[in-house]
Design a protein around this ligand. Structure first.
Ligand code: C2E
Ligand code: MG
Ligand code: MG
Ligand code: MG
Length: 291
């Protein structure tokens, strides 16, 4: 079992008080300003091994609880943050929180890996690699527990420096996943050049694969390609049983999506894990019904 039944949910991670976010005065209170540290939190979404139904990891996803607008889409937050120095602070905060959370789960008997997303600029200096190495040591978390999800867009900007940072992280044992695979420009180049451990099939293809044979073909080819290169392959955006069964039939290693669980706060995840019963594919061959 992933979890000892007796553990108590961990309290929410309090905002780090050493971080003061730049917040320009904004009379109309639009979101085109940076959030306060206390408005930022991470949600975690389970990643499930398709063949066994076992929860093997989580992806950390940023959430901005805006005082008036409620939850703001992370893509909007990232877009705003990237226009200023806030992105750097945001990423530092994500790294800190995720590593600390891994240590807390570990102490509570929850054995999980956690993936975090990084942004274009984060990889342009070695700072993030140093921070990660430092936090892993400080919290006594094994590097293998951590994975970085990078998007192809992030790689385009300055491939050489990005490669240097990724290589540094790979050397210390942190996993590297190529996120949103298939949506960037030179996906195949990246597969060849980067020290990757995992490929994530973009959710746009996964969402469409039941109804659209082109999407299904793209997903299957991606899985095949990843396997041929010795990479683990994870599908995101798995919303229903048919998609999940098709992915199993196609040999996909792991899946993430509403079919299993939506992203949720860390303390809810503990309760969710305690309730979770592995979803396993049937031994029958009803997977044959593919478009
Ligand atoms: P992503 O890394 O590709 O994350 C997967 C997105 O798919 C998440 O959207 C997740 O909530 C969503 N998703 C998961 N399962 C399903 C499903 O079954 N159906 C559908 N329709 N969607 C599903 P989210 O949380 O809105 O995040 C959007 C993007 O924002 C992420 O895409 C990532 O690129 C970025 N992002 C999120 N957190 C961070 C962060 O801490 N740092 C950076 N740099 N980017 C982040
Ligand atoms: Mg991601
Ligand atoms: Mg993705
Ligand atoms: Mg994305």
């Amino acid at each position: 079992p992933i979890l000892r039944r007796s553990i108590q949910p961990t309290p929410p991670v309090p905002p780090h008080d050493d971080e003061v976010w730049a917040r320009p005065t904004d009379p109309d209170d639009s979101t085109e300003s940076a959030p306060d540290a206390g408005e930022i939190m991470l949600y975690y979404q389970p990643q499930v091994e398709i063949a066994t139904g076992e929860v093997v990891g989580v992806e950390a996803l940023l959430r901005w609880r805006h005082p008036r607008r409620g939850m703001v889409d992370p893509e909007e937050l990232i877009r705003v943050a990237e226009q200023s120095a806030v992105m750097r602070l945001l990423t530092r905060r994500v790294v800190d929180d995720v590593v600390e959370q891994l240590a807390k789960w570990s102490a509570a008997g929850v054995s999980l890996r956690a993936a975090l997303n990084v942004s274009v600029r984060d990889l342009h200096t070695g700072e993030i690699a140093e921070q990660i190495a430092d936090r892993l040591t400080r919290y006594g978390v094994a590097p293998e527990r951590l994975q970085l999800e990078i998007t192809e867009g992030a790689l385009m900007a300055d491939p050489r420096r990005v490669l240097a940072t990724i290589t540094q992280l790979h050397r210390i044992g942190v996993g590297i996943a190529l996120d949103d695979f298939g949506t960037g420009y030179s996906s195949l180049q990246h597969l060849r050049r980067l020290p990757l451990s995992e490929v994530k099939v973009d959710r746009s293809f996964v969402l469409g694969m039941v109804d659209d044979s082109d999407d299904a073909a793209i997903v299957r080819s991606t899985i095949e390609l990843a396997k041929a290169l010795g990479l683990r392959v994870v599908a995101e955006g798995v919303e229903d049983e048919r998609t999940w069964r098709m992915l199993h039939a196609a040999g996909c290693d792991a899946a993430q999506g509403w079919f299993y669980a939506r992203p949720m706060p860390a303390e809810e995840l503990v309760a969710w894990l305690a309730r979770y019963r592995p979803v396993r594919p049937l031994a029958t061959s009803d997977e044959a019904e593919l478009p």
